[in-house]
Design a protein around this ligand. Structure first.
Ligand code: SF4
Length: 338
């Protein structure tokens, strides 16, 4: 298979084209992220270089095979990769902006009990080209996208090297030119990589999947807690706050009768003490034969009110795409079975 030039920085492209002047690599880089899909469309390159590129390299090695559209504007893209694996990328719409939700792995090894993607296990990491192709497919259909969240299939920090290359290209002024503040990386709590992200990309935002502040409950819902417990997670969040000056969002999937008791609330308040933390409550929406139960609207309001009364900053994530295969990994998992 020919190497894709998507996901390479201008200096990397230059290293592959030693017989050509360095500015040609910069031109190719700009062409790729201005939407050119073939080398022949790069009309300011000499003919012999275009032929050389065609013979030795590729651009896209993935294709969109399905787009599901929700009545709330959410669009879920099913993308087939060169090896026939399927991944998802999602467009979330509100009045002010379009946000892309991107995948970083095929499947995931982290085993969170509420997650469809975890049912696949980890198939493989996406390379930086595949991650960027997701975004390029989304902008081809939707035009300008202002924000990116790495919250799709996979644990982004478990594929750190490809994630970091993708962020560099996304934010390169001649690449996609996105502000680093417009990017959020979500993690289940891979503590050492949280530190690395803060050092490498202090402007990028961080979201941590919290879901319980009781070690034994959290280990049950999220096995990663056996590797990095709540004390280590709290230290890493504090370090992220201090290094970046940024608030961290703690995602809290509210599971009826599991993590919503008054004892759970007290533990969240203790955990949040000393941290710059926003608790984002995500009411579990049980479809299928889920092992978890959905809280009622009243349960959610009571839970949020208790946290707010204790002085915490709290928001509620609105459910998006509930009329399509909305949960992360649901569409890819279904298409795999068919
Ligand atoms: S929630 Fe995220 S980290 Fe957990 S299994 Fe799903 S994709 Fe992996």
């Amino acid at each position: 298979m020919k190497q894709s030039l998507i996901g390479l920085m201008p200096e990397d492209i230059s290293n592959l084209l030693k017989d050509y002047p360095g500015f040609r690599a910069k031109q190719i880089f700009e062409h790729i992220y201005s939407g050119k899909k073939t080398f022949s469309q790069m009309s300011n390159l000499p003919k012999d270089l275009r032929a050389y590129l065609d013979d030795n390299f590729s651009l896209y090695n993935s294709e969109v095979v399905e787009i599901q559209k929700s009545i709330d504007g959410t669009e879920k893209f099913l993308i087939r990769l060169y090896d026939n694996n399927l991944i998802e990328a999602v467009i979330l719409k509100d009045e002010e902006r379009l946000t892309a939700c991107l995948s970083t792995q095929i499947g995931c090894a982290m085993g969170c009990s509420f997650c469809k993607t975890s049912e696949l296990g980890l198939v493989r990491d996406l390379d930086s080209s595949e991650i960027l192709q997701e975004f390029l497919h989304l902008i081809e259909v939707n035009g300008k996208i202002s924000n990116i969240v790495f919250m799709g299939m996979g644990e982004p920090l478990a594929n750190y090297s490809n994630l970091s290359i993708a962020i560099r290209v996304l934010t390169h002024e001649k690449g996609l030119g996105l502000g680093r503040r417009k990017i959020t990386v979500s993690t289940c709590g891979l503590v050492p990589k949280m530190r690395r992200l803060a050092e490498d990309f202090p402007q990028v935002k961080l979201a941590v999947s919290l879901n319980s502040c009781d070690n034994s409950k959290r280990s049950e819902i999220m096995p990663v807690n056996k590797r990095y417990n709540l004390e280590e997670l709290k230290n890493a969040i504090k370090e992220f706050n201090d290094l970046t000056g940024k608030r961290v969002t703690a995602e809290y999937v509210l599971l009826k009768d599991e993590n919503d008791s008054s004892g759970d609330i007290s533990k969240i308040v203790r955990f949040a003490s000393g941290l710059n933390l926003l608790i984002n409550v995500i009411p579990w929406n049980s479809k299928d034969n889920s092992a978890h139960k959905s809280p009622s609207r009243r349960d959610v309001e009571k839970f949020m009110h208790s946290l707010e009364s204790a002085g915490l900053k709290v928001t509620r994530r609105q459910s998006k795409g509930s009329d399509i295969d909305g949960a992360c990994g649901q569409l890819a998992a279904k298409s795999r079975k068919n």
